[in-house]
Design a protein around this ligand. Structure first.
Ligand code: WT7
Length: 635
């Protein structure tokens, strides 16, 4: 019996039970029946969360691109693998078939090989959402090289940190990128980053905007020329199940980003299996995930999950507001999209616009709507359901993380009855636990606690690149024998989960995961700043926005406060990227601290949210007078 495609609720419960009673047998069956292997595994699972060590399908050999491309060629060679929808709707969309994808990926792999890229090498990809981004990542996988994709909205400083952390010797980028009516000088950002990266030997440049750019002789080369002359076939390198497929950076509670390492076989199996079920994908459906491939959502649900199922996936270069706020709905109509997966922040932004933008488009192709990245509030849920889904398409509110590789808690559409704001039930194979503050598991229903996962699943990140201790300390020490997610959650009377938000120093802004520490570090580098603290406060489009409390070196600093605010945001843009800019900056004479010197963010959060009636326990405060002063300044 195949459990690959779940079609009704009873089946979900039955398969779920099977997956937790005997995970090895369950995942072995999925892996065996739905993927191609060069060699089968010796052992399905080996794990120890105390080390932590997790190995799935050890001993197996494969190449993920044979699963995502080659095996489809006999049956789906002329089927569209990728629909590229350019930023400008006047530019023609491209339909890239599986045959063409195969050829392009092989050509790119040959170019990379000619530039010395070998199995295990790290390749940094800093590209906009264009087909070459997909070709480049898959070409790395074809060679067995490890891709490290950096979201092309990150600054040169953020880019150089990531290039150096993974010791990449090669960077793939483009002359520029389009974002709505603007174009951005990507190559200029790369050039600046590489001033800090002595080990980078080659830069391969895609021509996208045609902007005039500088090419450094001996280092920089135009890709199109190399691709034209490259051979269109490439024998896939065979890798081990546990060999790393990619590194993807996520923010943490200290300044340094965490390079999450995902391995090959488990990631492939889990993203493919979740894709099939969470979106109820059927042959000939057109799937569209609006995320950028620079985030995990794009890795797993624009590229690997869909392609492993032989699906048609949309790759959209633009933004929801260009040329007008109807763009998403226009693209759905144009390509007859069946499953649409986006973020609450985009829904909230579009819900503010005239309903005409939605109503003038035929959205009748839609069957499933997805949400990801942050809690979806009730109002946005209903707007999405009524106006986009016309009450016909179930909404899957999917909870997961960069670290989990794939969707973890989610309804299965047409299977799990949905409730607004609830991610509902664990996906097959996922064993969540809610923990109290003493480290005990809260059993039964109607409980609220910290969300952990007590058993490994195939796509859990295996380590942090170059820092296994940090991996252990961040995820496996808070609760014994549990993976700690950093989120709070409740389980209601019927066992549905609702994610209540981060319980650590990470703030989700417009669906982007931002650590407070790197932003504070950036602010503190401003010459006038002594110390700072960042907290989130509710924002009607972004979900959360950032509020900075900044203490200047000279309290009586005479410079214009507005200019200082601009400079601070400029500093953040340069060191991290515009996504981390602060909405509000308040200059303070001190920050509330405990006797041990820790900033009491809890109090600052209340002040930022305008909720100062009850500040809770302030008895451990070293400087209570500062709190009153800060409050008085606000009003
Ligand atoms: C954090 C992970 C993998 C998705 C993209 C973000 C929050 C994610 C939901 C949801 C409530 C959610 C969590 C999580 N989050 N999805 N459906 N409901 N919160 O990946 O950047 O690694 O962020 O996003 O707080 O821990 P990420």
């Amino acid at each position: 019996m195949s459990n690959y495609h779940i079609k009704h609720l009873e089946e979900y419960f039955q398969v779920y039970r099977k997956s937790v009673r005997n995970p090895e047998a369950f995942w072995e069956e999925i892996a065996e029946e739905h993927f191609v292997w060069r060699k089968k595994w010796d052992k399905v699972l080996e794990w120890d969360f105390s080390k932590p060590e997790i190995k799935w399908f050890e001993g197996a050999q494969l190449n993920i691109t044979e699963n995502c491309i080659d095996r489809h060629l006999p049956t789906r060679g002329n089927k569209t693998a990728i629909i590229f929808e350019p930023n400008n709707p006047k530019e023609e969309a491209q339909h890239i078939s599986y045959h063409q994808l195969h050829e392009q990926v092989c050509k790119m792999a040959n170019v990379l090989k000619d530039h010395g890229v070998k199995k295990g090498d790290r390749v940094c990809i800093y590209l906009p959402m264009i087909p070459e981004l997909a070709f480049a990542m898959l070409a790395c996988a074809r060679i067995g090289a490890i891709h490290s994709i950096v979201f092309a909205g990150f600054s040169s400083n953020a880019l150089s940190t990531r290039i150096n952390d993974a010791d990449c010797k090669i960077v793939i980028t483009s002359d520029g990128s389009y974002r709505g009516a603007k174009s951005i000088d990507l190559k200029g950002i790369v050039d600046k980053a590489l001033e800090e990266c002595p080990n980078v030997q080659s830069v391969l440049v895609v021509k996208r905007t045609g902007a005039e750019i500088a090419m450094k002789p001996g280092r920089d080369k135009w890709l199109s020329h190399l691709l034209d002359n490259a051979y269109g076939d490439f024998v896939a390198e065979i890798v081990d199940a546990e060999d790393p497929l990619f590194i993807l950076y996520t923010s943490g509670s200290t300044g340094r980003p965490k390079g999450m390492v995902h391995s090959t076989a488990g990631y492939m199996v889990y993203t493919a299996y979740t894709f099939k079920n969470v979106f109820q994908y059927r042959e000939n459906d057109v799937f569209w995930c609006t995320a950028d491939i620079g985030w995990i959502t794009g890795h797993s649900y624009i590229i690997y999950g869909p392609l492993a199922n032989g699906a048609t996936t949309v790759l959209f270069e633009g933004v929801p507001s260009y040329p007008d706020h109807g763009r998403f709905w226009e693209v759905i109509e144009k390509h007859k999209v069946n499953q649409f997966y986006t973020a609450p922040t985009a829904i909230r932004a579009l819900a503010k616009e005239n309903l005409d933008f939605v109503e003038k488009h035929d959205l009748s192709s839609l069957k499933v709507l997805g949400s990801v990245g942050e809690p979806i509030n009730e109002e946005a849920w209903h707007w999405y359901n009524n106006n986009v889904g016309k009450n016909q398409s179930p909404i899957v509110d999917t909870w997961w993380q960069t670290e989990t590789g794939g969707i973890m808690i989610t309804p299965i559409p047409y299977v799990t009855p949905t409730t607004p704001t609830f991610a509902t039930l664990p996906f097959i194979g996922i064993q969540p636990a809610l923990m109290d503050e003493h480290g005990n598991e809260l059993k039964g229903n109607q409980v609220e606690g910290r969300l952990c996962i007590k058993f490994p699943w195939p796509s859990i990140a295996r380590t942090i690149w170059g820092d296994h201790d940090r991996y252990r300390d961040t995820y496996f020490t808070a609760y014994k024998d549990q993976y700690f997610t950093g989120d709070g959650a409740l389980r209601d009377a019927v066992g549905y989960y609702r994610i209540t938000g981060r319980v650590d120093d990470v703030i989700i802004v417009s669906g982007h995961n931002l650590g407070t520490a790197p932003i504070e570090d950036a602010i503190n580098e401003h010459p006038a700043v002594a110390e700072s603290a960042i907290v989130g406060f509710p924002h009607d489009v972004k979900g959360n926005a950032l509020y900075g409390f900044v203490m200047l070196k000279e309290i009586g600093e005479s410079r214009d406060r507005e200019n200082l605010r601009k400079e601070i945001n400029q500093q953040i843009t340069e060191l991290i990227g515009p996504i981390a800019k602060l909405d509000k900056i308040q200059f303070v004479s001190g920050l509330p601290k405990t006797r041990s010197g820790k900033i009491m963010r809890r109090i600052l959060r209340k002040i930022a949210s305008n909720d100062v009636s009850n500040l809770g326990d302030t008895s451990t405060l070293l400087n209570p007078e500062v709190v009153q002063e800060i409050i008085d300044q606000v009003v």
